[in-house]
Design a protein around this ligand. Sequence first.
Ligand code: ACO
Length: 332
Amino acid sequence: MGFFNGVPVSIKGTGMYVPEKVLTNQDLTAMVDTSDEWIRDRTGIRRRHIAAEGELTSSIAEKASREALRNSGISPEDLDMVIVATNSPDTLFPGVAPKLQGMLEAKKAGAFDVQSGCTSGVYSMAIATGGIASGVWKNVLVVGAEVLSRIIDWTDRNTCVLFGDGAGAMVLGPAADGEGHFISANMRSDGTKHDQITLLGGLVEYPASGETLEKKLHYVAMKGNDVFKFVNRVIPPFLKEYCLESGFQPEDISWWFFHQANQRIIDKTAERLGINPEKVVINIHEYGNTSAASVFLALCEFMREGKLQKGEKLLFTAFGAGMTYGGIIYEA
Ligand code: ACO
């Protein structure tokens, strides 16, 4: 955990895009042995959006980015860095970020992907803020984008009901007078639990072969109940400690942007922290778990509603494959 010193960094604009195609819980009952009731009760998910054929992580990232850039008033030529948080890149290399930088013609910008499970979005916000605060970068485009539907086994009810596709973006830059700023960040990992959420096939440990295909190692695999227990044990005390170290009680946070993985996890965490449920931003029912994109989608929808008041404190937090987890606090 640490405070951002140096140049104060503000959110200049946000944007999002979700594919048009919607897959309901009812639709899933025709694909696997599940029910609308089971999915709603266990996860809070009702629908998720699924990329059309040919739609790529880079293409949905571009749409979200163009809206964020428009809302920020910053042009692509003024970007110094493009960071894409994703666990479902178009290809392992090139990364999505360089492709996006090319699509946007952000000619003076560098570009890289951050791939660290669902926490990638929060990690990316912290990396971008650190880079701007230090003076190395000025304007940074940060995007969370996922087309998880292509790396999911649609015959595995343990995973296929959980995930959705989507992209959210934000432009960060030096705060002008009266603008908000990021306060602190805390990024953690427990790599001893690296076997809980995996996609093993087709790389160094398990090079692509007939056997990896047969064992379906090129799909997301998850020990769902172990993840559930890990998160319930680790995340509430982590968030309490993080708030206190940042100089706040949990109730001082005006709006909580949890990773939208499971409504039950969010509710339990909020209850243990003594947070008013009305202060928790939720959109999991509409999008499912969009991994690295989830906190960006929640923020963008929140901004569109025009609810944010000057001086309010926002806390973004996520956990995911690794197991990684983290948080970042912003004052509007
Ligand atoms: N429909 C109906 N039944 C199902 C389904 C389904 N889609 N999926 C599992 N079940 C069954 C199981 O087979 C099991 O049956 P059994 O008792 O006969 O064996 C029963 O439901 C209970 O299964 P559990 O796994 O114990 O159910 P749980 O209450 O833990 O809920 C869930 C499962 C929703 C996956 C939950 O564990 C969870 O959300 N875990 C966290 C996952 C997560 O947050 N991942 C985020 C990170 S992802 C990333 O980083 C890419």
